[in-house]
Design a binder for this molecule. Structure first.
Ligand code: HEC
Length: 707
């Protein structure tokens, strides 16, 4: 599709006659606090605060640093804090909730949901929800399979919410709760007295269904459910096999949602159905997976939807809550919803009707050659704005970092299926570019209502998706067979995993006892979902096999054929890297983009992030993987951390992309910053959690202000 747009494009700036100051009324009111995830229910990450501005941002200094003390090897901290009445609420790498004095960074209280259990692996949380009614002031957040309601003043659970202050998210899904693994890493939205919430579930089967749910904020009672995998009689039911609603999971909203309070509409982006990469047991287009769904916030009734990927087998989840924006069409402002994608596109729809504001074309795409897989014949592609990430990894884009790296990558590239978006997964391996983490990712985009510019940071990392045949059923009822069946898709058949995303389990017996491994297998943690449905005997056999190498047969007869037993799995989540561990593709390896949503043009684009050791060798400005979103302000500044390797927190001129200021954080700022004002002083704060791409982990919040 598109060619590389590297180096910097400033051309659009000239073409669009971009004018930052006049014409737009700007935001009507508000945008001066940060009480809500991403700055508000419209999720535009915009602040009207302007004390820190493009002229003085170079003087920014650390005002306070708070170390949560919870960092451990591999941990992450992705929280976008909220600030209410001078108190900053955030989460730690171990998912404790902390309340800090937002002016000084001193601790008021903390709440630990872990109940004494050891936190063994990455746990993720991207934010919290605040709600008040009269004297009732509360914080909501999810850890493991519980949604908690805490007293905002003390951090104590509100005992009359759910059972003793929490709701079990496994309940009410129409399946046996004990067999389900579900949590929520991203806050939902508050509408009247409802908390509307999505979920994170497993990407492989078994997986919980991705129901969208509304809970009573006071009591925790479930008030409505929207089935993203439709039940009999519901719209979209015919896009699945007839019993899929009983055994398929996913199609969940893990990325968060946005609310149009005035219209009472909630906009819910969903991810793929599980299993992500092979869909023989979910023939059909699979509504409402990979869809942007507009629901009535008070009832959960669907108003419109748009499906971006039919029958997804590429893990093309919508990765971030959409931005509720206003764009100019024929001289008037139209309320719209803009949704970024992992593939590097932006979809813009009229908010009430779902009418696309830029043309979308349905293109013929290749069929699968894999046994049992039937792909959709056509897929949508928006014609504008142009993609903000390269779309095909061509041979002329192979890394030229060293001759050896180039030759090695080129040789491997030639063995893979490679044709850009919608190239089917294959046995020989298919290049996924942009990769499973975008393009766009969970940090999402910021929107400036003064100028109609949408800011989005992007990864440009290729991954290789390779399908492998699972062992036949008769080999299963033993520790090793069960391991191959349930665990090898991530930890690989040879148990080497694909670190750091999927840890190696070789020598795991030196780290954990068999019973600890059993507990991890059953309860999961972080990106690994638990296998609560496995019988105790089966779990013990797997744990024995992993810790001692002994392959015990289990007494139960071979599992009866089940619709969740699939012929193919994958050989792990593999980034396409050169022999030295750098991206196989030529830079930029990450970019930051400003897109004019009135015209659909990219106004500026810069490489984003660096590898310090390559900079030393004279290879700077490469861009790098980056996670965490931007914040744009009326002071003319775009604040963003996100870059994995250089650990920098940056301030760019929002109209040109010029770097105005940067500082090195204690660990990479893989989170979205927040900005707020206390006593006439503007602060900007970011979580420095690191832990991505094997980077050093940290556990500090750092707040900056003018001296
Ligand atoms: C969908 C992918 C996936 C599957 C399937 C999976 N795991 Fe994991 N596993 C992970 C990830 C990811 C982690 C690391 C947790 C984190 O950091 O988020 C992990 C961590 C672990 C750990 C802890 C490793 C350490 O060094 O602390 C153990 C033990 C483990 N898994 C065992 C299993 C077993 C046993 C199974 C099969 C019953 C299994 N896993 C299936 C993804 C998976």
């Amino acid at each position: 599709m598109s060619r590389s747009c590297y180096p910097v494009i400033l051309l659009g700036l000239l073409l669009t006659g971009f004018s930052p100051k006049h014409e737009r009324a700007g935001p009507r009111t508000g945008y001066r606090d940060w009480k809500v995830y991403c700055g508000g229910p419209d999720r535009i990450r915009y602040s009207a605060l302007a004390q820190i501005n493009r002229d003085n941002v170079r003087q920014l200094q650390a005002a306070w640093t708070f170390d949560t003390g919870d960092a451990f090897e591999g941990s992450e901290m992705q929280c976008n804090p909220i600030i209410v009445d001078g108190v900053l609420y955030a989460t730690t790498p171990k998912l404790r909730v902390i309340a800090l004095d937002a002016a000084r960074g001193s601790l008021r209280w903390s709440f630990d949901p872990n109940e004494g259990r050891k936190v063994f692996s990455k746990a993720r949380n991207r934010g919290l929800t605040y709600w008040e009614h009269g004297k009732d002031k509360r914080i909501y957040f999810a850890a493991r399979h519980y949604l908690y309601s805490l007293d905002a003043r003390t951090g104590e659970p509100v005992t009359h919410f759910g059972k003793s202050g929490r709701v079990d998210l496994r309940e009410g899904l129409g399946r046996e709760p004990a067999t389900l693994t579900i949590s929520a890493t991203t806050p939902g939205v508050v509408y009247k007295n409802l908390l509307i919430l999505g979920s994170i579930v497993s990407e492989s089967l078994p997986a919980a269904p991705g129901d969208i749910r509304a809970y009573d904020l006071r009591t925790g009672r479930l008030r409505w459910t929207f089935h993203t995998i439709p039940h009999p009689g519901e719209l979209g039911y015919e896009t699945w096999p007839k019993d899929a609603w009983k055994y398929i999971g996913g199609a969940n909203n893990w990325a968060g949602m946005s609310l149009d309070e005035k219209r009472g509409l909630v906009f819910v982006p969903t991810g793929s159905a599980a299993f992500d990469f092979y869909g023989a047991n979910r023939a059909g287009d699979n509504l409402f997976a990979n869809s942007l769904i507009a629901l009535k916030a008070d009832t959960g009734k669907r108003v419109w939807h748009f499906q971006a990927v039919r029958h997804d087998v590429w893990d093309r989840d919508f990765p971030a809550p959409p931005n509720l924006v206003a764009v100019k069409r024929g001289g008037r402002l139209v309320d719209a919803v803009a949704q970024i994608t992992k593939s590097g596109h932006v979809y813009v729809f009229e908010r009430e009707t779902g009418t696309a504001l830029f043309q979308i074309e349905y293109r013929r795409v290749p069929p699968s050659e894999v046994d049992g897989e039937v792909l959709a014949e056509t897929q949508p592609v928006p014609l504008l704005p142009p993609p903000f990430a390269r779309q095909v990894f061509n041979e002329d884009m192979v890394t030229k970092r060293t001759v050896q790296a180039h030759d090695d990558v080129l040789q491997r590239l030639r063995t893979l299926r490679n044709g850009g978006q919608f190239t089917p997964p294959s046995r020989e391996g298919t290049v996924i570019f942009p990769g499973f983490d975008g393009g766009g990712e969970w940090g999402g985009a910021a929107f400036d209502p003064e100028t109609s510019l949408l800011y989005v940071n992007s990864n440009e990392m290729a991954w290789v998706l390779r399908l492998v045949e699972r062992p036949p059923a008769k080999a299963r009822p033993s520790g090793q067979g069960l391991y191959l069946q349930y665990c090898a898709s991530c930890h690989r058949e040879d148990r080497r995993g694909t670190p750091p995303e999927f840890p190696s389990l070789i020598g795991i017996g030196e780290k954990y006892t068999a019973s600890e491994v059993s507990r991890i297998a059953v309860e999961g943690g972080g990106r690994m979902s638990g296998f609560a449905h496995l019988k105790g005997e089966a779990v013990r056999a797997i744990a024995d096999y992993l810790t001692t190498g002994k392959d015990t047969e289990i007494s139960g007869e071979a599992a009866a054929p089940s619709p969740i037993d699939l012929k193919y799995s994958i050989d792990g989540y593999n980034k396409f890297l050169d022999p030295d561990g750098y991206p196989a593709v030529e830079p930029p390896w990450g970019t930051l983009n400003a897109i004019n949503l009135d015209t659909g043009e990219i106004v500026w684009k810069i490489p984003f992030g660096e590898f310090p050791e390559l900079v030393e060798k004279g290879m700077g400005n490469t861009g790098s993987e980056n996670y965490g979103g931007p914040v744009v302000t009326a002071g003319g500044v775009l604040f963003i951390g996100a870059t994995n390797h250089d650990k920098k927190f940056h301030a760019f001129d929002k109209s040109t992309g010029e770097l105005l200021w940067e500082t090195v954080l204690p660990a990479a700022g893989n989170a979205t910053p927040a900005t707020y004002e206390i006593g006439g002083r503007q602060f900007v704060v970011i979580a420095a959690g690191g832990g991505k791409s094997g980077a050093h982990s940290g556990g500090s919040y750092v707040a900056f202000a003018l001296p």
